[in-house]
Each structure stands twice: as C-alpha cells, then as structure tokens.
Write a protein that binds this ligand. Structure first.
Ligand SMILES: C[S@@+](CC[C@H](N)C(=O)[O-])C[C@H]1O[C@@H](n2cnc3c(N)ncnc32)[C@H](O)[C@@H]1O
Length: 288
C-alpha cells in the first residue's frame, strides 16, 4: 500500500483523521486519489496525453493575465507539470520521461520545419502513416512493436521437438520465425499479428525464406493454441494474466508457453533462460 493509500484508509476509519480530510491537504489527497482511480481506467497513453491539460490551462491563464512569459518557459511549464502528473497518477515510469520530452521535441521539430531548408512536411506524413500501420493497435493492446534478438530465436529453436509446431503470438516483422526456419527447417511455424504492415512484412519474409509458415492477420485472442508444442510471446506486462488463462484453457498437456522477458503475475516460471544480450532479455518457460 502506498503512503497515499495508507493516509486515505486511515482518514476513513479514524474520526480525527477524517476531520483532517476537511483540511485543504486532506481534500487534495482525496481528489488526487480520486483522479488516480479515474485515470487508472484509461489507456496509459491517453492518460499521459491528458496530463498535459492542467499545464496548458495554466499557461493559457498566465498568458491571458498579460504575464506574457516566454514560449520556452510555457513549454517547460507544461512539460514539467505533465511529467509530475504522470508520476502522481502512477503511470509506468517511462511516461514521466516521455511527457518531459514530448512538447520540447514537438517544438524543436516545428522550429526545424519552419526554418529555411527545413524538413519537408511529407516526411511527417510518411512517419505518421508508418506508425499508424505498425503500432496503432498498441494504444489499445498496450503492446508496441519491438523485436526479439537472434539469441532468443536460437534458444527457441533448441527447445522445439522434432517436427514440432510453434506459434509466435504477435509475430511482428517475422524475425524470430525466419531465424528458427533457418536453424530448424523441420519445424511447422505459425504467427498471428494484428498490425497490417507488420503482418505483410512477416508474411513476405517467411514466404521468401522458403518457410511454409502460416502467418495470419488477426488478434492473438482469436488463435487456437491447442495445436502447438511451443507458444512464444514477446508482448508486454499488460496481457500476461489473460494470456496465462488462455494458455491453461487451450494448450495441450506437455506443451510449453515461452514468454520473452515478461512474467505472468503470481505464476512462477518452470525455467528461466538468460539470453545474455544487451537488453538483459530472458525467456520464461511454463510447462502445461
Ligand atoms: C514486442 S512485438 C514482438 C514481435 C515479434 N514476436 C518478435 O519477437 O520480434 C509484439 C507484436 O505483437 C503485436 N500484437 C500486440 N497485441 C496483439 C494482439 N492482441 N493480437 C495480435 N498481435 C498483437 C504487435 O503489433 C507487435 O507487432
């Protein structure tokens, strides 16, 4: 329980503390806790964006009062308050840094774009479309695109039975599947991917590598896991509990679930393989 939660519990059970809830600091704690409860129901990306609003309101207020602070001061005011709110709202730690850097980077980009010989606006459109096609779903799924290392694929290849079947849930750009095909051409490979561009790249990559892999466009929650000896997932902390429930329901006895890096809350892995790469990644293995 955090300090904040502890103070709230105390204030609801102890009359003296309850009185302190009438004080400005008590009220501030209660409103902060209420806003944390409200915000925790939103996707973190949306919450991080909303964290800019109070700073923007303050900046507008200062400007309307004729204070006319410099644009850089206003930019920093909004960024720092957004980072502070990300912390108070208990968003994952990286949102503090993202909120701190987001507006200054936008400002810098606009400055570069408007300066003579600046960046052509079409590049921004291209970058936006690329992000949309590869990562738009991450707002909802909370699983962005990042890639398994070759070591992860090699460790997976070692754990596959002869003529075994493996599915990569959220197969991204198809890297691990292509590498496994090179090392273990006997294995039947499958992948499912929600982002259209990732799916297409994965499909073409596997096709041109000569693997007859079954690469589908769709959600991992639609995949039937019962046919596979190994189910591989490199996702994020967000879907792991749900994935474990699905694995227990569908995977056959003797098969294994392997997660790159992300643990299943409250379920110890049967084996952990340190990959020894720069990102300190590891494979967590559960036997069903
Ligand atoms: C961290 S990447 C891993 C890519 C690949 N498996 C690898 O190891 O290199 C996660 C991928 O899962 C995809 N993804 C996330 N949630 C998904 C879902 N519910 N259904 C299908 N794909 C999903 C994302 O689009 C992303 O490409």
């Amino acid at each position: 329980m955090s300090n904040l939660d502890a103070q709230l519990c105390a204030s609801s059970s102890d009359p003296e503390q309850a009185n302190s809830a009438q004080s400005p600091s008590g009220l501030a704690i209660i409103s902060l806790s209420a806003s944390v409860a409200l915000i925790s129901r939103l996707p973190p990306a949306l919450a991080a964006l909303l964290a800019h609003l109070p700073g923007i309101a303050l900046a507008l207020l200062l400007s309307s009062l004729g204070a006319l602070p410099s644009p850089i001061f206003l930019l920093l005011l909004v960024s720092f308050s957004a980072a502070l709110l990300a912390w108070l709202w208990r968003l994952p730690i990286w949102w503090r840094y993202i909120n701190l850097c987001f507006l200054p980077l936008v400002g810098m980009t606009l400055y570069l774009q408007s300066s003579p010989g600046g960046i052509d606006a079409n590049w921004f459109l291209a970058a936006f479309l690329l992000l949309l096609l590869t990562s738009f779903g991450a707002i909802k799924t909370r699983v962005p695109l990042y890639l398994s290392s070759a070591r992860a694929a090699e460790a997976l290849a070692l754990r596959l039975p002869e003529q075994g079947r493996l599915i990569d849930l959220g197969c991204g750009l198809g890297g691990p599947l292509a590498r496994i095909h090179t090392l273990r051409p006997d294995v039947h490979l499958a992948g499912i991917e929600a982002a259209p561009l990732n799916w297409l790249i994965s499909k073409l990559r596997l096709f041109f590598s000569g693997a007859r892999a079954d690469i589908r466009l769709g959600s991992i929650w639609q995949a039937d896991l019962s046919a596979y000896d190994v189910v591989y997932a490199y996702l994020s902390p967000a879907p792991m509990s749900r994935l474990w429930a699905k694995a227990r329901q569908e995977m056959k006895s003797g098969s294994v679930l392997i997660s790159n890096t992300f643990a299943i809350p409250d379920v110890d892995a049967d084996e952990i393989v340190e990959l020894g790469d720069l990102s300190h990644a590891r494979l967590l293995i559960w036997r069903l």
